[in-house]
Write a protein that binds this ligand. Structure first.
Ligand SMILES: Nc1ncnc2c1ncn2[C@@H]1O[C@H](COP(=O)(O)OP(=O)(O)OP(=O)(O)O)[C@@H](O)[C@H]1O
Ligand SMILES: [Mg+2]
Length: 574
């Protein structure tokens, strides 16, 4: 994990190293001061030597100022380095996530990816700042204070020797028992974010179905889960404070007791005991800080692992080594294709699919919901990869194509499509960023979107809200079809893409597609017979299998499922 994360430090390496250097300087000076104060008391004040007092007084002043400057620099440098490191981490995660296949996203869940990009990165940023500053300062202080104490009084220093191991052991036990809570807490964050995202996204449904109360309950449940775990973990961690306080008091008492004896015995001077107190305070203070750092590191350790998992996740679908850069035609072949979404699934989502589609052919596809229509077509642009068998486009396995080439040539209008915030024109240009205005308009015309776009307040420059909330369902579908057309694809897949468009407009879109894109292979998935009955062939899907393929007339005669759907829809005037 540390190796993965540290790759993101990059240009902040220098700053990160500078911080501990400043800290080391600061601590050395800080630790020298009590010693000098001791010397000043014993040789200056006790002996009434004014020259000595002045000289040492000035030295102390200068040292204090230098130490302050070093301290402030360390704090600035470490904050800057940590913020930079965090920015790099976010960037690396986001870049890497762009290569994820659907399978990878399914694995993490999108809510979890957002938590990892935000909360987890913040935790690591905080920990990093601590590591390069305080985590250097505290052990340094500890070591220097112990050394100085040994110089002053080796016998009194034995107290630390007894106390430190006890302290470390108890601290270790506390950390060990608190650690397992944090990965669970972060999972809780993921769940809570999921609830919030769902709520905000589906706010229209929530209102329509008056689901506010159940939503609040759901939120409180996930939030309460985090609270419960956090407070249990904090209880364990707060034992830290108890241990530290106990150790602190015992040590102070011991130094008083043995220190007094040493003075009476003539082995120690008053000034030396004053310095000794100072150092023992520093020792205990740094132990206290170390305990706090340990807590922070526990939390961020869990976060760090979550970030590293995102960065090291292998994209399920990758570009081949020597990719094919052109798709010559729109021929499609499914050769004994089986597919499961999850290897542990019992049932196949696609069961022995064999299918040959000629270039330029128009294929309709119908079947009950959940019969794997969307699953079947998502194999063509490699949104998912087959579990066994092969999908070929223009004679080549889809896995041998450059991914961008393949997806540019296989345009798919997804069933659950979204528009992004930006103008309509910008959204359309996702299909082809170099498209001219004429091309954009031509595509919009085929998709029968040109008319309503022109009627909008700013025409093609009208802003689309996030998710496309300010355009109607049917308008959104037509914009997404136009967006796909701009790719000028060899294969066009419309997955239930005209469900919200009225039947007349839909027929016109089909006619335009047939007229303007004759060479493009078209696969049209629909629940409506009228949308597909003119297709060259129609596939009837049933439970992950191709039940039948034929023309409308053939299927009406021989396929029970098809003819019953047709009959039902005719009766209901659909
Ligand atoms: N991302 C996914 N992870 C796991 N299972 C999935 C996933 N997507 C779909 N499924 C499952 O695969 C099966 C086929 O789903 P698919 O979406 O292909 O059906 P469909 O025929 O397109 O249905 P609809 O007409 O409702 O769009 C369903 O049982 C569904 O639950
Ligand atoms: Mg579907």
């Amino acid at each position: 994990m540390i190796k993965t994360l540290s790759k993101s430090i990059r240009q902040y390496k220098k700053l990160s190293l500078l911080s501990p250097l400043f800290v080391i300087g600061e601590v050395i000076i800080e630790m020298l001061i009590p010693y000098l104060v001791g010397v000043l008391i014993d040789n200056g004040i006790m002996k009434g030597n004014m020259g000595y007092i002045q000289k040492y007084g000035l030295l102390l002043l200068v040292l204090t100022i230098v130490s302050l400057i070093l301290g402030a620099s360390a704090s600035y440098v470490s904050a800057h380095a940590a913020a930079g490191f965090a920015a790099n981490l976010r960037k690396d995660m986001f870049y890497h996530m762009q290569d994820y296949a659907f399978e990878n996203i399914d694995k993490f869940s999108s809510a979890s990816l957002v938590t990892r990009l935000t909360t987890d990165v913040n935790n690591v940023q905080m920990a990093y700042q601590i590591i390069i500053r305080i985590a250097v300062r505290a052990p340094m202080m500890l070591i220097v204070s112990v050394i100085m104490s040994i110089i002053i009084s080796p016998r009194l220093s034995l107290i630390f020797l007894v106390i430190a191991p006890i302290f470390v052991i108890i601290l270790g036990l506390i950390i060990k028992s608190a650690y397992p809570y944090f990965p669970k807490i972060f999972k809780g964050y993921d769940r809570m974010n999921q609830v919030v995202r769902e709520n905000v996204r589906g706010i229209r449904e929530v209102k329509t179905y008056v689901q506010e109360k159940p939503q609040i309950d759901k939120f409180e449940k996930s939030s309460g889960f985090i609270y419960k775990l956090f407070s249990t973990a904090q209880k364990i961690i707060s034992l830290n404070a108890l241990v530290v306080a106990a150790v602190l008091n015992i040590a102070t008492l011991a130094i008083c007791w043995f220190g007094a004896k040493e003075i009476v015995g003539g082995n120690l001077q008053t000034g030396q005991l004053v310095s000794m107190f100072s150092y023992s305070n520093s020792v205990l203070f740094s132990l206290n800080i170390l305990a706090m750092i340990a807590t922070q590191l526990i939390i961020s350790g869990a976060s760090g692992r979550r970030i590293a998992n995102v960065i090291t996740e292998k994209p399920a679908i990758e570009n081949p080594r020597k990719p094919l850069k052109t798709v010559t035609n729109g021929e499609i072949l499914f050769d004994h294709v089986n597919f499961k979404y999850d290897p542990s699934d019992k049932a196949l989502a696609l069961n022995d699919i064999n299918l040959h589609i000629k270039p330029g052919e128009t294929i309709g596809m119908i079947g009950e919901t959940g019969s794997s229509k969307s699953t079947l077509v998502s194999m063509i642009p490699r949104l998912y990869d087959v579990t066994s068998g092969a999908v070929r486009v223009a004679g080549h396995n889809v896995k041998s194509y450059d991914l961008k080439t393949l997806r540019d040539n296989v345009a798919m209008v997804l069933q659950k499509n979204v528009l992004f915030s930006g103008t309509i024109k910008e959204n359309l240009k996702w299909g082809n960023e170099n498209a001219t205005d004429e091309q954009v308009i031509a595509a919009a015309k085929i998709a029968h979107a040109d008319g309503f776009i022109r009627e909008m307040p700013d025409g093609y420059d009208t802003m689309v809200e996030q998710g496309g909330n300010n355009v109607s369902g049917g308008q959104k579908q037509r914009i997404t079809i136009a967006r796909a057309l701009l790719k000028n694809p060899k294969i066009l897949i419309l997955d239930d893409s005209t469900s919200a468009v009225d039947t007349n407009t839909e027929r016109e879109i089909r006619q335009s597609l047939a007229k303007d894109m004759p060479e493009t292979t078209k696969i049209i998935i629909s629940q409506r017979i009228v949308s597909i009955k003119d297709a060259d062939r129609i596939i009837v899907m049933n439970h992950g299998k191709i039940e039948d393929i034929g023309t409308h007339e053939e299927l009406i005669k021989r396929n029970k499922l098809y003819s019953s759907i047709a009959e039902f829809q005719e009766e209901n005037g659909k």
